[in-house]
Write a protein that binds this ligand. Structure first.
Ligand code: SF4
Length: 475
């Protein structure tokens, strides 16, 4: 999972792109990069957070009125600086690119590009194959007659050859700014336009920071091209059934974002209301509801008001510790849970406490939190989860790619309850999840593969096994 931004404006773009990335920092903390153009490409990228990579001096060197940027969250590969985005190729025109997602035919694409097309790939980043495929496809068009039609034809070639999840923003030197979203629209991508300013971002929250109010989603299979005269060209390049990632609403996206017309905060409120029905159905009766900060807050508040139970901030977060889910290595994650969260004794002592969390992946966090609340004097500790059990790997860019990582993989809910040490464990139902996230939107469906194994792009057992091997290699 990564965050991308793109900007086409009449003002200096460098500092604003960095600001956009700051708003998307939750989507990746491993590396950050920005490329701008003033007739020449200017690139700064490195490992670490946005604040670590950028400073006033190097931002000043990012000259030009347009550019792209990315924060990375690696799922495959060594996570070295060579994998930091943006990447660029010199021909045709000079094309720079960033992406968010995961290419599922990466190995085949890479081999073909290097061994048959004799292109040089310098990293393990899967934006490099997308970039090279796009460059090849664009090169096949009449470059003297370059225009939106050539761009859309090249995107069509990408859709034909590249499988998986990818939301892409690309800068074509002196020609324009392009964005496209894979045919299932698995990863989010939004487009804002205000006067002579045009921007793309993974989440609408980046536009709030940039002062852009009007935005729309780049649709699944759609490409949007802002040409050098600031004219916008949109085309539905491939017709497919949209299947945006439902986990964005559950956990990953910021609550102040709107994705595919659905407010993330509102979706989480509805998740809480649905979960309350399940809690009541199972006859679990807490004295107090406590959210596990930060993602579960909205759901906990609506769950508490639906059940008529007090809501308390009984777990305090040390905000200077990175998100545990994003950190690599089991031990690092376990240690960081205790560093990150601490219970408020007065709010849990002698009470039947219900903790609300968004998901249980490996069980590390849940186990630690349940125990720390018990140690702080709670009489009973119940755990309610706003999503159903996670059981299948994500092959589309979220860091849970081996079945072995899931505590719920071959366990019943009762067995998971015992593992995490809770007095009761209540999961959201699958139907509740989909209905809550959908709300009254017209979206036909979501990717829910990590809950039910139904991968929108189709994934073979061989691929999943290969993924597990790769994943273990880089852990
Ligand atoms: S498998 Fe899960 S996390 Fe991955 S894209 Fe689908 S819904 Fe999202």
């Amino acid at each position: 999972m990564c965050g991308v931004v793109g900007l086409w404006t009449r003002r200096e773009a460098g500092a604003r792109l960095v600001e956009g990335l700051l708003a998307l920092q939750h989507r990746g903390q491993d590396s950050a990069g920005v490329l701008t153009s003033d007739g020449t490409f200017h690139l700064k990228k490195g490992n670490g957070t946005v604040a670590r990579v950028f400073n006033p001096k190097n931002i000043a060197r990012l000259a030009g009125n347009n550019g792209i940027g990315q924060v990375r969250y690696p799922t495959i590969g060594p996570g070295s600086v060579e994998d930091a985005q943006p990447f660029y190729v010199n021909h045709p025109f000079g094309i720079a690119m960033v992406h968010n997602g995961n290419v599922t035919n990466y190995a085949d694409l890479r081999r073909k590009l290097m061994c048959e097309d004799f292109r040089q790939l310098t990293s393990f980043s899967d934006v490099e194959p997308i970039l090279n495929v796009f460059a090849e496809e664009l090169d096949r068009t009449d470059l003297n007659a370059f225009g939106p039609a050539s761009v859309f034809r090249a995107v069509e070639g990408v859709f034909r050859r590249v499988k998986g999840a990818y939301s892409v923003v690309a800068l074509i030197h002196k020609r324009g700014l392009l964005a496209f979203r894979d045919p299932h629209g698995l990863r989010p991508l939004v487009f804002a336009q205000q006067g002579q300013e045009f921007a793309f971002a993974s989440e609408s929250v980046a536009f709030d920071l940039l002062g852009l109010r009007r935005f729309s989603d780049v649709k699944a299979g759609e490409a949007v091209f802002v040409d050098c005269r600031s004219r916008v060209h949109r085309r539905q390049v491939r017709q497919a059934t949209p299947r945006p990632c439902i986990f964005e609403y559950v956990y990953f996206a910021r609550p102040d974002s709107v994705i595919d017309g659905i407010g993330v905060y509102e979706a989480r409120l509805r998740l809480g209301e649905r979960l309350a029905v399940e809690v009541a159905r199972q006859g679990v009766k807490p004295d107090v509801i406590i959210p596990v900060p930060d993602t579960a807050r909205a759901a906990a508040s609506s769950l508490a008001s639906t059940l008529g139970v007090e809501l308390r901030e009984g777990l305090i977060k040390n905000r200077y510790i990175a998100r545990t889910f994003i950190m690599h290595g089991q031990e690092r994650r376990a240690l960081s849970v205790r560093q990150k969260l601490n219970p408020v004794r007065s709010q849990v002592q002698g009470k039947d406490v219900m903790l609300i969390d968004d998901s249980v992946v490996r069980g590390t966090t849940s186990c630690e939190i349940v125990q720390m609340v018990r140690d702080a004097g709670a009489r009973k500790v119940f755990l309610a989860i706003t999503a159903p059990p996670l059981r299948c790997p994500c092959v589309y860019g979220i860091d849970m790619m081996t079945r072995g990582e899931f505590v719920a993989k071959d366990r019943t809910v009762e067995q998971v309850r015992k593992v995490v040490g809770a007095d009761a464990l209540v999961y959201q139902t699958y139907e509740g999840l989909v209905a809550a996230v959908r709300g009254d939107s017209a979206i036909p469906g979501f990717c829910t593969a990590c809950f039910n194994g139904q991968y929108p792009t189709g994934v073979t057992k061989r691929y999943l096994a290969q993924m597990e091997r790769e994943r273990k290699r880089w852990l």
